[in-house]
Design a protein around this ligand. Structure first.
Ligand SMILES: Nc1ncnc2c1ncn2[C@@H]1O[C@H](COP(=O)(O)OP(=O)(O)O)[C@@H](O)[C@H]1O
Ligand SMILES: N[C@@H](CCC(=O)OP(=O)(O)O)C(=O)O
Length: 394
């Protein structure tokens, strides 16, 4: 049988007891994300040596009983040269084309690299929908669990070829954080081309930070958006955001470079550790709570704020006073009080075209005017997360 897999968990720690880098190598289950910058050569193609080194390190970890889900970027970078492109495209259609070409090549590299350890690789391409719609979510989880139990390594990437601007993870750091929630990992490891989070961009003299316990530790830290290689997408901003998503959901994270991965897995204290704080919650609510963009805003009266925030009820049309933005049913929206303070985010059940005619009306009135199929909450309590109150951005 292949090394790793759920059956091999004999020495692993139980969830949420990872308190520092030294514990990472003993985790029961890890999500490991590797960025394009760690897998590419200077001319932008995939570095077979770097990829094989990573696979060798991951394999040593699996052999000691840790389940590993690998989230790997690199599809767009790998697809550039075969399409005659030399720089990362900015338009979505060319990115989709490059990813469609490069994803197959990336998987072929992983298949070969893991074959050296007699280990099977599997491709799991996810969209945002797969992590927020309950039926998709259950499917994705079942598939990954089965693969792990059969000893195959899931290699996850965003399904770039079909993703649109509107609903996209946009970066694999966020995808990795939500995958860690999905598979109930004990930890998230973010591997980049920099050995730790620094208090400013490393090439501008920033110094490494060994541990981030809470948001206060990030005060005064300058996060660059783009690395020097120019092949990654979010720079440090999305990595810190991903670490915050998992830490706020009870899963610690470590950020270091792919070249330090072997030392990290061997129990050495390398990189930056993000201490877990919050309680664990599902990937859907984690996604909603940390969503970068919403499609619109529902302004509600004080009674609706009290119902939604304090009594955790669903939002009904009767309490809504204004609708802004353009959205379809199931799109994410924010819910703001009369003074513009955002109290919650949720998936709305009606479009921005339908909703205005329903505002302030009771459910009985709505059914009389629009029919039985309109007898549903505007945002169901199960599709809503409360957010720390703060002034809304206009
Ligand atoms: N405060 C900081 N600490 C560490 N690295 C930073 C910081 N600000 C910006 N960076 C840059 O972020 C880069 C990593 O981001 P990116 O290129 O998107 O990586 P990846 O491809 O691994 O996702 C590093 O090369 C580093 O130069
Ligand atoms: N899904 C894209 C990667 C997007 C991305 O987040 O890249 P990176 O910042 O290198 O992790 C790809 O495979 O090229």
């Amino acid at each position: 049988m292949n090394a790793g897999g759920s059956d091999a968990r004999t020495t692993g720690l139980t969830a949420s007891v990872l308190t520092g880098q030294a514990d990472i190598g003993r985790a029961r289950r890890l999500v490991i994300k590797v960025g394009s910058s760690s897998l590419t050569t200077l001319d932008g193609g995939i570095s077979v040596e770097a990829l094989q080194r990573l696979v060798d390190d991951v394999q040593r970890l699996r052999a000691r009983g840790t389940d590993v889900v690998l989230v790997s970027s690199g599809a767009i970078a790998a697809g550039l040269a075969p399409l005659g492109l030399s720089v990362r495209p900015h338009d979505l259609a060319t990115q989709q084309a490059a990813a469609a070409v490069g994803q197959g090549m990336l998987l072929a590299h992983y298949t070969r690299a893991f074959a050296a350890h007699a280990t099977t690789v599997s491709q799991v391409l996810l969209t945002v929908e797969d992590l927020i719609r309950r039926t998709h979510y259950t499917n994705a989880l079942r598939a990954v669990e089965k693969l792990l139990s059969l000893g195959a390594v899931p290699v996850v990437n965003e399904n770039d070829a079909v993703a649109t601007h509107e609903i996209r993870f946009g970066d694999n750091d966020r995808l990795a954080a939500l995958t860690a929630n999905l598979v109930r990992a004990d930890g998230l490891v973010l591997l980049s081309d920099v050995d730790a989070l620094h208090d400013g961009p490393p090439d501008e003299g920033g110094r490494p930070i060994p541990c981030i316990d809470d948001a206060a530790d990030l005060r005064g830290v300058t996060l660059g958006r783009r690395g020097k290689a120019g092949v990654g997408t979010g720079g440090m901003v999305t990595k810190v955001e991903a670490a915050r998503i998992t830490a706020d959901n009870g899963i610690p994270a470590v950020l270091t470079s792919a070249s330090q991965a072997g030392r990290l897995f061997a129990g050495e204290t390398v990189g930056t550790f993000f201490t877990a704080r919050g309680r664990r919650r599902g990937a859907r609510s984690a996604w909603l709570a940390h969503l970068a963009h919403v499609k619109g805003r529902l302004t509600v009266d004080d009674g609706a704020v009290a119902a939604v925030v304090h009594r955790r009820r669903s939002l009904l049309a009767a309490g809504i006073t204004a609708v802004t933005g353009e959205f379809e049913p199931s799109d994410p929206v924010e819910i703001a009080g009369p003074d513009g303070t955002v109290h919650a985010r949720g998936l709305v059940a009606f479009s921005s075209v339908e909703l205005p005619g329903m505002l302030g009306r009771s459910t009985t009135e709505i059914v009389r005017l629009y029919g039985e199929d309109h007898q549903r909450e505007v945002v169901h309590a199960d599709d809503m997360v409360r957010v720390a109150a703060g002034p809304a951005e206009d």
